[in-house]
Ligand binder design. Structure first.
Ligand code: HEC
Length: 185
């Protein structure tokens, strides 16, 4: 009898022990994901600040140094961390980044509350469950060289993105979101 009680206590303790380790691992991944999302946002901001200069011509080469470089970094982080990273916008430029209904709902929350700096939630994408860490992306003056008035967009953008909706922004507007999706299980 006593043996059984001990065995039961042992099993329960073990189970809690594992659950605790899982919780700690997920908490660690969430912290990493938040750091990755913030790094991506500040990287774009810094590059735009560096390469967009008053009077300088803005070409596809400039893009490669700003949002193009960010795209490359995203792929690196995905590989290194085993996460999926999504840029999403209702007013998107690349149709790949068109917000899903769940992403559009997040965007609306950030749109309504300018003081909201972060959102965490769960989502299922292609049948897989994810914990999602999201940060808002705001428009700065340097972004307007390519996301400002429709007619003043650089020629390569007009040519390459016939479905472009990512223009007409003003400084401080919500440009979209970046989400880091941590696979669960
Ligand atoms: C030199 C031009 C240029 C500048 C400057 C620029 N972008 Fe972009 N941006 C683009 C292009 C082109 C794309 C489409 C990239 C692609 O095909 O994946 C894009 C895509 C994006 C996306 C992905 C979502 C979508 O609509 O496809 C976000 C978010 C974004 N830009 C935000 C910004 C922010 C914020 C800034 C300023 C800090 C900025 N961009 C500055 C040209 C630019």
């Amino acid at each position: 009898m006593l043996k059984r009680v001990f065995a039961a206590v042992f099993i329960v303790t073990l189970a809690y022990g594992f659950a605790g380790a899982d919780d700690i691992a997920l908490a660690h991944k969430k912290d990493n994901a938040a750091a990755n999302a913030e790094e991506i946002i500040s990287m774009r901001s810094n590059l735009a600040g560096e390469f967009i200069r008053p009077g300088a011509e803005v070409t596809e080469e400039t893009f490669k140094k700003v949002c193009g470089a960010v795209g490359k970094r995203v792929k690196e982080v995905e590989k290194a961390e085993g996460v999926v990273i999504r840029h999403a916008a209702v007013k998107f430029r690349n149709p790949v980044n068109a917000a899903t209904p769940a992403e559009a709902a997040l965007i609306e929350r950030f749109e309504k509350d300018g003081t909201l700096k972060a959102m965490d939630d769960l989502d299922t994408v292609d049948g897989k469950k994810y914990f999602r860490v999201t940060r808002p992306i705001r428009v700065e003056s340097a972004c307007l060289a390519c996301h400002g008035e429709k007619d003043s967009r650089p020629a390569f953008i007009k040519d390459k993105y016939p479905e472009d909706r990512a223009y007409g922004f003003r400084k401080g507007d919500l440009r979209g979101i970046v989400s880091v999706l941590i696979p669960l299980e």
